[in-house]
Design a protein around this ligand. Structure first.
Ligand code: PLP
Length: 323
């Protein structure tokens, strides 16, 4: 057994659980339980790879401050690993993200800066631009830069992909991912292109995001920011996303996403975060369209406990017209 010295040793190697109670047509649908990472999301893998690569290149040293713009989970992964390795963390988070993520970040000792959710990438108030400014103003700082840093997709190419392949004995027909930075879908696309070229990468995109239209080469309207799931959906195409890996795309509404995670909790006991509702909903659409049996994988990207006050709260759901 691997020796566990710190929580860092518990990142990755997450289990794969088959969905039992949903209509999956002729397919088997599996959930990779990324909520079981120590920072409770898929982003622990990315945070670790970014930090380790920066240590190797000399960009990080003993007294460095790590700065990042995040929907919350990358910040949590960075803050956790920063704490264990003795770095400081400054995290810029969108104001539409769940307040629980801010409390969690602060509990881990990160300094948190809230920014507007309703401005595009050209605005100085956009969270990525705010993070760059903080980085410029902080001595000995390192911008993790998940939207541009190749360590992000490479985390998935080197860990998530091989794990999925091994867990299904190489029989992986499709993997359904959302796009925040595109790191997951691009890293997995790269891995499976070499290892299992028939494996299809499928996009789950929240309604209002620009990624699906970009993939389908449709007219791309500006993002309308109406999606309520956290961590996926984009108003720009990040450097870390290579849309060429994406075979097919599905749009998922707020109602579909939130209904799906509530059903998942009720029927299978899995308390998933909101973005997982988008992913599982798209995966079910894909499964039902297939004519022969396929092994399809998607993710429980993060833990639903962060969203008990929203996704699992009837008052909030009513207020948003979701029940
Ligand atoms: C909860 C959640 N799901 C999915 C993603 C998307 O992953 P990626 O950034 O690799 O596209 C993120 C990214 O922030 C996330 O926080």
């Amino acid at each position: 057994m691997k020796e566990i010295k710190t929580l860092i040793d518990l990142i990755g190697n997450t289990p794969l659980v088959q969905v039992k109670t949903f209509d999956t047509g002729p397919c088997n649908l599996f959930l990779k339980m990324e909520n079981m990472n120590p920072g409770s999301s898929i982003k622990d893998r990315v945070a670790l790879k970014i930090i380790e690569d920066a240590e190797k290149s000399g960009e990080l040293n003993e007294n460095s401050t790590i700065v990042e713009a995040t929907a919350g989970n990358t910040g949590l992964g960075l803050a956790l690993i920063a704490k264990l390795k003795g770095y400081k963390a400054k995290v810029v988070i969108l104001d539409k993200m769940n307040e629980n993520k801010v409390f969690h970040l602060q509990a881990l000792g990160a300094e948190v800066f809230k920014t507007r959710s309703d401005v595009g990438p050209d605005s100085p108030d956009h969270y990525v631009n705010v993070a760059k400014k903080i980085c410029n103003e902080t001595p000995n700082s390192f911008m993790a830069g998940q939207f541009t840093n190749p360590s992000n997709p490479s985390a998935h190419e080197l860990s998530t992909g091989p794990e999925i392949y091994k867990q299904l004995d190489g029989n992986v027909d499709a993997v359904v991912c959302g796009v925040g930075t595109g790191g997951t879908i691009t890293g997995l696309g790269k891995y499976f292109e070499k290892k299992s070229p028939t494996t299809e990468m499928i996009l789950a995109d929240p309604k209002g995001s620009i990624v699906k239209d970009t993939v389908e080469k449709n007219k791309v309207n500006a993002a309308d920011y109406s999606w309520l799931v956290e961590g996926i959906g984009e108003d720009f195409i990040p450097d870390t996303l290579d849309i060429n890996y994406i075979k097919k795309a599905y749009e998922v509404s707020n109602k579909e996403a939130f209904d799906t995670i509530r059903q998942l909790a009720l029927n299978e006991g899995i308390l998933a975060g909101s973005s997982s509702g988008t992913l599982i909903s798209a995966a079910l659409k894909y499964c039902k369209e297939q004519e022969k049996a396929k092994n399809v994988v998607t993710f429980v990207c993060d833990n639903g406990e962060k969203y008990l006050n929203t996704a699992y709260n009837k008052l909030w759901l009513k207020e948003k017209n979701l029940i």
